[in-house]
Design a protein around this ligand. Structure first.
Ligand SMILES: [Zn+2]
Length: 282
């Protein structure tokens, strides 16, 4: 009988009682859902640490044969993010954690921001430095990497779901942001059509390809808000279903008509924008 609390609490809300976790998926991987906040993960919680993803062999500069950046189709999404940032902060130092090939930084610097990046992959790090002319540090993101209160904006675009300790990542961002600084998070949501189909039917093949070793946690709006609030951020906005900015022309106009519905139902990738708030010093 399991009575002792887990030593690895839910990374989103800190829950640690064994009976507060339910099995969410039991297949090629075992995922648990925190009943307190809704965060789905294999670790922390009752699962095991899957080990961090190794990025070294994952990326090359092969994309240069076709385009300047690895995912040119993401440019509309990046511009959407930057458009929301400049409404709050028109200039200053922006840090893109896990900046990849520097696409977001390139666009941010074109708008007048000072760009900084962190990227573990050496090849991408060098490319981002040269292409975006940003200051990119190679390595795993950590609190000690930059001085306290150094940045005006920190962006985590499809990053947080890769870490087994998203609370530590946000803790680092909190320290490196100046008072009133802006945190931007984009993460895939477990409220996606694939996962919802699985939840409604119990048929595992709906999500088989979507549960991957590279993701340590699966957010939805509630655990993301719980986590950001707990670390010390105040929500400015949270939107889902931003299909319009992913396409152009008629498809974009059609997507724009279903975006409000997806947003109302919290379906689709999450874009969170928050402001660093004061908290008691630890
Ligand atoms: Zn939780």
């Amino acid at each position: 009988m399991r009575t002792a609390p887990f030593s690895n609490p839910c990374a989103a809300c800190g829950e640690y009682r064994p009976d507060a976790f339910a099995i969410y998926f039991d297949g090629h991987m075992k995922l648990y859902r925190c009943k307190t906040c809704g965060f789905v993960s294999d670790f922390p919680g009752p699962g095991y640490f899957p080990g961090s993803m190794t990025y070294e062999d994952c990326f090359s500069l092969d994309f240069l044969k076709h385009s300047e950046f690895m995912h040119p189709e993401r440019e509309g999404v990046f511009e959407d993010i930057l458009g929301r940032i400049v409404k709050l902060k028109a200039t200053g130092k922006v840090l893109d954690v896990g900046c990849g090939d520097g696409h977001l930084l390139y666009l941010a610097m074109r708008r007048g921001f000072d760009g900084y990046g962190v990227e573990p992959n050496e090849i991408l790090c060098r490319y981002a430095s040269a292409k975006a002319r940003a200051q990119v540090v190679q390595g795993d993101y950590a609190k000690e990497m930059f001085p306290e209160s150094y940045f005006d904006v920190i962006t985590l675009v499809h990053i947080l779901e890769h870490f087994w300790n998203p609370d530590a990542i946000l803790e680092a961002a909190w320290h490196q942001l100046r008072a009133g600084g802006i945190l931007v998070i984009e993460v895939p949501s477990i409220h996606s059509p694939h996962f919802l189909a699985y939840e409604w039917t119990g048929i595992r093949r709906f999500v088989k390809g979507h549960i991957a070793r590279g993701h340590a946690g699966y957010f939805s709006p509630r655990p993301l808000l719980t986590l950001t609030e707990r670390i010390g951020f105040r929500k400015v906005s949270l939107v889902t279903g931003r299909c319009r900015c992913k396409y152009s022309g008629a498809i974009s106009r059609f997507a724009g008509t279903i975006d409000p519905l997806l947003n109302a139902l919290n379906i689709g990738a999450i874009l969170y924008i928050g402001i660093k708030k004061d908290r008691p010093l630890d």
